[in-house]
Design a protein around this ligand. Sequence first.
Ligand SMILES: [Cu+2]
Length: 210
Amino acid sequence: MKLSPTFLSRIPALFLSCCLLLAFGCSDSQDAVEPTLDMDSKANNKSANMMKEYWVEINPLNHSGVTGQAKLVVEGNVLTVEVWAEGLEAGMPHPQHIHGFVENKGNATCPPPSADVNGDGLIDLGEGVPFYGPVLVSLTPFPTAEDGTIHYKQTFMLGMGDMIAYQALKPLQNRVIVLHGMTVEGTYWPTLPIACGQIMPGNSMGMGNR
Ligand SMILES: [Cu+2]
C-alpha cells in the first residue's frame, strides 16, 4: 500500500477503517487456505496452463458518475487485473479492491440504494459490506486518476505472502470490484464506494468496446 504521508495525515481514521477491512480479508483468506499447490504434481502443471478470463462492467455508486470496465485473467496462481475507469476525482488516491465472501463463498453483489440504512443519502463502506463483503485483494498501488481516469494493470501472485490463495479467492464470478474515494461536502472520503461491478466469466467480446 503506497500512500503519501500527506494523504495519511489528511484522513487517517477513514483510511484505517479500510485497512482494517483489508486485514480481515487477509486473515480470513489465510484461515481458508488449503495446501492445494502440489508443486510436483502433474495436476498442478495442468491447472497452471489453464487460463481463465473474466470481465467486469463497472457502474457508479453514490452518484459518482464513475464508470469503467475491468479484465481479470487467472493462470495458475497468477492473477492479472486491468481496470479502465473514468469520471473519478482527479489527483486523489482511489483505493480499489476485489471484495467477496470467503467463508461460504456466497455471491457478492453491488449494493443497491436501499443499502443506505442510515438514510444519509450515501452508501458508506460499512453499509456496503453486507452486499460485497470484505476486501479479498487490494488492487495496489492505488491509482490517483491524475486526469480523472484510470488505466491500471497489475499482476498478483496468489497464495504468496499476504496474498489470498486462488482456492479461497475462487469462484471469481462470486466477487465484485469496488472503487473508492470521493469528496463529500468538502472532505475527501477515501473509503466511500464510488463504483462497483460484478466479475463475470468471459471477455470483452460482445460486452464492451475495449
Ligand atoms: Cu474496497
